[in-house]
Ligand binder design. Structure first.
Ligand code: 4AD
Ligand code: MG
Length: 444
């Protein structure tokens, strides 16, 4: 009978059917009487068995991990007690090698992404091969589902997707992490955040969002900092701070629900993080209460100088992570001192030392979201530029938001890789990227 062309995620193929499948050798087991192949095609896995003369041909003798081939044969149910992906196996009657592979790959594909240290240079040099491993591939598949879940959630909430420029002449999150370059003779930067542009779009589009790359020249090597990352950002018009918090919690809840509701993404998530559960309501914690909380631990969690925390201290990554791990649930940490935060943040109406700002902290990762209400007073923003030591000139269009019909508005940015590191229980954001970029690493 004619062979049916099969993708490996197609489970509807009936047993007894002769099929034709393309794939690569994911695993290989050569025995005297038979050769067992676990075939991989990017959609799924299939056990294939070669017996008799088929195991004796030259090609079969040089089969190696990653050899690509086309196989023909009958699909059969695996016998009782035997295990194979989807409970089926292909009894091969004909095959052809399409691309041979040297047999030196074992160390860098299947096993590595789970068992070896993803910080290791050789692993990162071999990222293009590591991606062929089960674990790395699962993270990339989940990443796509997460991105789609954000898009679907924003559509449900009636946000409009926009695509702001990556090449800009304004900073958002401080001059020290700007990537500068020459733009036809003018100084320009790779964007740190699309926020300022989103703020100029709400007047005509209503609530907006974007999923774009942001760039940060981070000079420290941590497990959660990248030089290039995917930034999910949104801006909401005519809101109060409380609305912003409610929206962020609702959005994250929607995204988690969607991942769990879809059979495929739920299965991938289970493979990566078997104990994942949807988090309960976020704990709300004021920055000043967090300072007290850190000092009250036994022993106290100290600041970067090794002293107890005082109001005005940055809660550094290590302290933040300890706090999140101990509390072990999502936290809205809000009301940061103005001196610690970006120039554009709205001040608290009662206490001018603090801002209407919020970070979302997740167990295992720490900060995954940073957001705030935006300064909406024209004069106050001009003062803020001065205080920040930046010229107002390149920001004229941002200032105009306050000049032509200003409004109470706010928004946030969520690091997609950090979100994924949280959900998929990754030790570092590096394994949440197809090809991570961080200081010292710009290849492959
Ligand atoms: O807290 P950040 O710097 O806030 C902003 O950029 C705002 N302008 C966003 C906005 O309001 N539209 O960054 C927001 C989030 C962080 O919480 C973190 O998840 C992620 O972006 N992030 C990074 N992720 C990976 N590597 C880096 N170097 C990151 N810097 C920020
Ligand atoms: Mg932040």
């Amino acid at each position: 009978p004619a062979a049916v062309r099969l993708k490996l995620n197609n489970k509807s193929v009936e047993f007894g059917t002769r099929v034709k499948v393309y794939g690569r050798i994911h695993r290989l087991r050569v025995q005297k009487q038979a050769t067992f192949i676990t075939l991989r095609d990017g959609y799924g896995f299939l056990q294939a068995i070669l017996t008799g003369d088929l195991t004796k041909t030259y090609d079969a003798l040089v089969f190696a991990q990653e050899t690509s081939l086309v196989l023909y044969g009958e699909m059969k149910k695996v016998p009782e007690g035997a295990e194979a992906p989807d409970g089926r196996e292909l009894h091969v009657d004909y095959y052809k090698v399409l691309g041979a592979a040297p047999s030196d790959l074992d160390a860098i594909t299947n096993k590595v992404s789970r068992e070896q240290d993803p910080w290791e240079a050789s692993m990162l040099d071999s990222r293009h091969l590591v991606l062929r491993g089960e674990n790395a591939a699962a993270v990339m598949k989940l990443r796509q589902y997460v991105e789609l879940a954000f898009i679907d959630s924003y559509r449900e909430l009636d946000f409009t997707k926009v695509s702001p420029p990556a090449m800009v002449q304004t900073q958002v999150e401080g001059g020290s992490t700007l990537f500068k370059y020459d733009y036809y003779g003018e100084e320009a930067y790779l964007t740190q955040s699309s926020q300022l542009y989103l703020e100029t779009a709400i007047q005509s589009l209503g609530n907006v969002y974007c999923i774009e790359k942001s760039f940060r020249a981070e000079r420290s090597l941590t497990r959660r900092h990248l030089s290039e990352y995917t930034h999910v950002e949104a801006e909401l018009d005519f809101i109060e701070f409380e609305d912003l918090l409610e929206h962020i919690e609702d959005l994250i809840s929607k995204v988690v629900d969607k991942i769990l509701a879809n059979e495929t993404s739920a299965a991938i998530l289970k493979q990566l993080n078997p104990t994942f559960e949807k988090p309960g309501p976020f704990l709300r914690m004021k920055y000043s209460d967090a300072i007290d909380w850190l000092n009250k631990q036994d022993p106290p969690i100290l600041n970067e100088e090794g002293d107890p925390h005082v109001f005005g201290d940055d809660i550094a990554e290590a302290a933040e992570r300890r706090m999140t791990d101990i509390i072990n649930r999502p936290i809205f940490l809000y009301g940061f001192p103005a001196d610690l935060k970006a120039f554009y943040m709205q001040k608290d109406k009662e206490d001018r030392r603090i801002t209407e700002s919020v970070d979302v902290l997740m167990p295992g990762v720490g900060e995954i979201v940073g957001g705030s209400m935006r300064m909406d007073n024209h004069e106050e923003l001009l003062e803020a530029y001065k205080k920040e030591g930046i010229s107002a000139d390149p920001y004229y269009w941002y200032t105009d938001v306050r000049k032509y019909g200003s409004s109470p508005h706010g928004g946030y940015g969520l690091g997609l890789e950090r979100f994924l590191a949280w959900m998929a229980n990754q030790h570092t954001v590096r394994t949440a990227c197809l090809y991570p970029r961080f200081m010292g690493r710009c290849k492959p």
